[in-house]
Design a protein around this ligand. Structure first.
Ligand SMILES: *[C@@H]1O[C@H](CO)[C@@H](O)[C@H](O)[C@H]1NC(C)=O
Ligand SMILES: *[C@@H]1O[C@H](CO)[C@@H](O)[C@H](O)[C@H]1NC(C)=O
Ligand SMILES: *[C@@H]1O[C@H](CO)[C@@H](O)[C@H](O)[C@H]1NC(C)=O
Ligand SMILES: *[C@@H]1O[C@H](CO)[C@@H](O)[C@H](O)[C@H]1NC(C)=O
Ligand SMILES: *[C@@H]1O[C@H](CO)[C@@H](O)[C@H](O)[C@H]1NC(C)=O
Length: 737
């Protein structure tokens, strides 16, 4: 009998692994199983609990299919052929509203207030969903043949310590979903044959040491959602056959090295949603037959190195949602049979490939971070499948991203190259300013080059990214790409700040004549490049301190840091993005604000009301666009950084869209804002086009752009000289007619 049960449990455990497989298909989320052909999904604990939760019986059906499981679990429904054969009732005495089949009696929802009096040779008594509130002394003493009792959903408050006297043949006892607060010592004393004891969802507060005395062949113990706090020492001393123990959600705080001391037969141990904070060495050393161990959602911060050493047969281990600080590098060394390992929500700062290599049979692994998957390359299924940027197969998981990276790279690169070309071709009067703009375009162009590299790498690893993810993120190319992107953004930010400050001085103090000379400007520009370069390469200086600063994700940009990041790199990235860049952004916003007010004041003093309104709108438009493009570029970055300070988890999807869409916005728009739409450029272009008598589409296109963004300079007052400087002004030669 025991062997049979054992095999059935093994099959069930196997089945578990199967339901977990089906979880991979998008039908139901992990830990849930599908209700046959319905779209409904139910949690694991609803499977085979004797209640038709699905509505179509699918949650009870699979138990019947797994070779005799139904008879053990006592599902009397769901077995179609049994209903067909057994219509006869062998019981002479039983209450109305009850169904009798052979010697099995079912009184579900029959409004019973007491355990009814029935024929003494009853073997199964189901009293689910009645109004029984108390089980007095010796209430079942007549029914020595009873094998199964179902008492769930009754709100039983009181169980006499002699309630189950005489039930020497009882195998299955369901007491879940009642109102039991106290289980008296010796209450299960006579239940020598008991194999299943289900006690979940009772507000039990006290469990005594002698409670399980006499349960010599208890096989299945389920006590979910009680308030146990502590387990009796050597729980299994009285229940040596105990095979399945479910103690979910009980507030258990302490496990000692003797709690499970003689539980040699235990194959399944569920301890999720308790308050366990420490698991001493040798706690599980007796559990030689354990197949599944669930310690998820506890408060364990540390696991001894050899805690799992004796669990040679363990197939499934769930440690998810524990605030573990550290995993030893040979923590899982002896788990040769392990098939499923759940480490969700656990940071593993010291993760390395050797940690998972000994588990040759591992087929499912669940991590907090997609990046960790590269450390367990031999595992068939690794979750999560994507970090929002990369999937298992592709560097850029999203098709839109994949296309956009090329489009934006092209726009950025060629827009900037075009401007550099135009600026060299058309001689400006203010050559130092033109030089600054060209340098800005160079920096922005690097962003385009970076995006091209991202696109190329995506193409290169298409369909097989998971094989190379780790290599790629650690590679020199990836780091250099990161340097390129960092250099581009930082030089661009510093240059924009410099240009803004220069213009600010020219506008707010128009007559002070503090224009930097050519040598001065060159020095400042060189200085900016050196600073940008230093910012980009400093993370290479000390690998221990910064870690792999750039290779945190597939696009090699150190924007988002999960909590596992080394403090050095994290602080540095914060300092750059929330320090330097935020400061630069604020300088730009305030400078433009003050400039606008200043121009507003000066134009009010001039007489021509009609023209100055239009002019002011144009100035406002222009300033708005410059500040706005800066804002859409940088505000998402600042928000992400600030949220990460508060330890808010940011989906990788958002990071990838910021890196590929928002960050290059400035680089792509700068040529338009600072050259293509300035009146100087427009005039020059007109002249050129006029000279070559070529009326192309380009001109009309340019015109339509210019009407929206650019102001027209048609008046020639002294003030105009001031205003023209704001257009990044190339000291305009007067418009000719
Ligand atoms: C591990 O436990 C958590 C929480 O109890 C659960 O959500 C998850 O599905 C479990 N993992 C596996 C692989 O069963
Ligand atoms: C599900 O299957 C049952 C038969 O097994 C059938 O009667 C029912 O219509 C099906 N429901 C749906 C939604 O397909
Ligand atoms: C059960 O007991 C009744 C008398 O109480 C008897 O008539 C019947 O045959 C018995 N059935 C079985 C299966 O022993
Ligand atoms: C359990 O731990 C105690 C110390 O806390 C130790 O004295 C005892 O030997 C341990 N028992 C076993 C079986 O390891
Ligand atoms: C892996 O599992 C198979 C059966 O699923 C078993 O035969 C084999 O021995 C296991 N491998 C190891 C290393 O235990």
């Amino acid at each position: 009998m025991f062997l049979l049960l054992y095999f059935i449990v093994l099959i069930y455990v196997k089945d578990f692994a199967l339901t977990e497989d089906s979880v991979i298909t998008p039908l139901c989320q992990k830990g849930y199983f599908p209700c046959g052909n319905l779209t409904k999904c139910l949690p694991r604990s609803f499977h085979c609990d004797g209640v038709n939760d699905c509505g179509n019986g699918a949650d009870e059906e699979n138990c019947g299919d797994t070779s005799g499981w139904a008879t053990i679990f006592g599902t009397i429904h769901g077995n179609a052929d049994k209903v067909a054969f057994a219509q006869e009732c062998f019981l002479t005495q039983y209450p109305p509203h009850c169904d009798c089949k052979e010697t099995e009696l079912e009184c579900v929802n029959a409004d019973l207030k007491l355990v009814p009096s029935v024929s003494s040779n009853v073997t199964l008594l189901s009293l689910k969903k009645n109004k029984i509130h108390s089980l007095p002394d010796k209430v079942f003493i007549k029914y020595t043949e009873l094998k199964k009792i179902f008492l769930q959903h009754n709100c039983i408050r009181h169980i006499s310590s002699k309630a189950f006297f005489g039930l020497h043949n009882l195998q299955i006892l369901y007491l879940n979903h009642n109102c039991i607060t106290v289980l008296r010592p010796g209450v299960f004393k006579d239940l020598h044959q008991l194999t299943w004891l289900i006690l979940d969802d009772n507000p039990i507060t006290r469990i005594s040491q002698q409670l399980f005395t006499g349960l010599n062949s208890l096989f299945f113990l389920s006590m979910v959602n009680n308030y146990l706090e502590a387990l009796p020492n050597q729980m299994c001393a009285q229940m040596p056959q105990l095979n399945w123990m479910d103690l979910e959600g009980n507030g258990i705080k302490i496990l000692t090295n003797s709690t499970f001391l003689s539980c040699d037969a235990l194959t399944v141990l569920f301890l999720p949603r308790n308050q366990i904070d420490f698991v001493p060495e040798k706690t599980f050393s007796s559990l030689k037959n354990l197949g599944e161990l669930d310690l998820s959602s506890n408060v364990i911060t540390e696991l001894p190195t050899h805690i799992f050493t004796d669990l040679k047969l363990l197939q499934k281990l769930n440690l998810s949602s524990n605030p573990l600080l550290y995993l030893h590098k040979n923590q899982f060394e002896s788990l040769k049979q392990l098939q499923s390992l759940d480490l969700e929500r656990i940071e593993i700062p010291n993760i390395n490939t050797r940690m998972f290599q000994p588990m040759r049979n591992l087929s499912h692994i669940y991590f907090k971070n997609f990046r960790y998957c590269s450390y367990a390359p031999h595992v068939r299924i690794c979750m999560p499948l994507t970090d929002g940027i990369s999937s298992f197969e592709d560097l850029l998981a999203n098709n839109i991203l994949r296309i956009c990276v090329w489009v934006i790279a092209f726009l950025t690169c060629f827009g900037n190259l075009f401007v550099i070309g135009m600026r060299s071709f058309i001689k400006a009067e203010n050559t130092t300013h033109a030089m600054s703009i060209k340098i800005l375009c160079c920096a922005d162009c690097l962003m385009g080059v970076y995006l091209f590299f991202v696109g190329f790498s995506d193409l290169k690893y298409r369909g097989q990214y998971q094989k190379y993810a780790l290599l790629w993120m650690e590679s020199l190319q990836c780091r250099l790409m990161g340097v390129l992107a960092m250099l581009s953004t930082e030089v661009s930010v510093l240059l924009l700040t410099y240009l803004t400050l220069e213009k600010f001085l020219a506008v707010v103090f128009p007559f002070s004549n503090i224009h930097p000379g050519k040598r001065h400007t060159s020095l400042i520009l060189i200085g900016i490049w050196i600073v940008g370069f230093l910012i980009a390469v400093i993370p290479f200086w000390n690998d221990d301190y910064f870690g792999n600063f750039y290779g945190k994700n597939g696009v090699c940009f150190p924007l988002y840091d999960d909590q596992t990041e080394d403090n050095g790199g994290k602080g540095y990235s914060l300092g750059i993005f929330l320090g330097v860049n935020l400061l630069a952004f604020l300088i730009i916003v305030f400078s433009y604000g003050i400039m606008f007010c200043s121009i507003h004041k000066t134009t009010l003093q001039t007489s021509e009301v009609r023209s100055h309104i239009g002019r002011e709108v144009a100035v406002a438009n222009r300033f708005f666009f410059i500040v706005f493009s800066d804002a859409i570029c940088w505000i998402p970055v600042f928000v992400i950084k600030i949220l990460s300070l508060f330890r808010v988890e940011i989906p990788g999807t958002i990071t990838s869209w910021v890196v590929i869409f928002f960050l290059p916005v400035n680089s792509a728009l700068n040529p338009i804002l600072y050259t293509l739409t300035t009146s100087f450029f427009k005039d020059k272009l007109k002249q050129l086009l006029h000279r070559h008598r070529r009326k192309s589409i380009f001109q009309t296109k340019n015109k339509s752009l210019s009407t929206s963004i650019v102001w027209t300079d048609d008046s020639s007052s002294l003030k105009l000289g001031v205003l023209n400087k704001i257009t990044f002004g190339d000291n305009i030669t007067k418009p000719m007619s």
